[in-house]
Design a protein around this ligand. Structure first.
Ligand SMILES: [Zn+2]
Length: 106
């Protein structure tokens, strides 16, 4: 998917892997590794060491980045995971649109 830069804060659906079918908001995009951190997706357990800030330590669960190839943008208009097309608007600017319902995705 070549929309990596634009998907921050957008809802996405996981299309493959352990969390297939889950939806969540993109919290952070990591273009260098083609991964994104998605809210509620790809939780992993981590063993945290006891530190001065965290007296408890122990096991914490945390989202871990998931490959962008496994994600699809969820269109706000038709509420479906969709492919995204690029369309040219009347004023010459390019925008992304939902290939399903042709709504413009901001
Ligand atoms: Zn749509």
């Amino acid at each position: 998917m070549n929309t990596a830069k634009g998907i921050a804060q957008c809802p996405v659906k996981v299309m493959a892997g352990r969390d297939r079918g889950k939806t969540g908001k993109v919290l952070e995009v990591m273009p260098k590794t083609s991964r994104a951190l998605v809210e509620g997706v790809n939780y992993v357990k981590k063993h945290a060491k006891r530190t001065q800030q965290d007296q408890q330590g122990g096991i914490i669960t945390k989202e871990s980045p998931i490959s962008l190839a496994r994600l699809m943008l969820v269109c706000k208009a038709c509420n479906k995971a969709t492919r995204v097309g690029i369309i040219k608007l009347a004023d010459g600017t390019r925008s992304r649109s939902c290939k399903n319902c042709n709504e413009i995705i901001s």
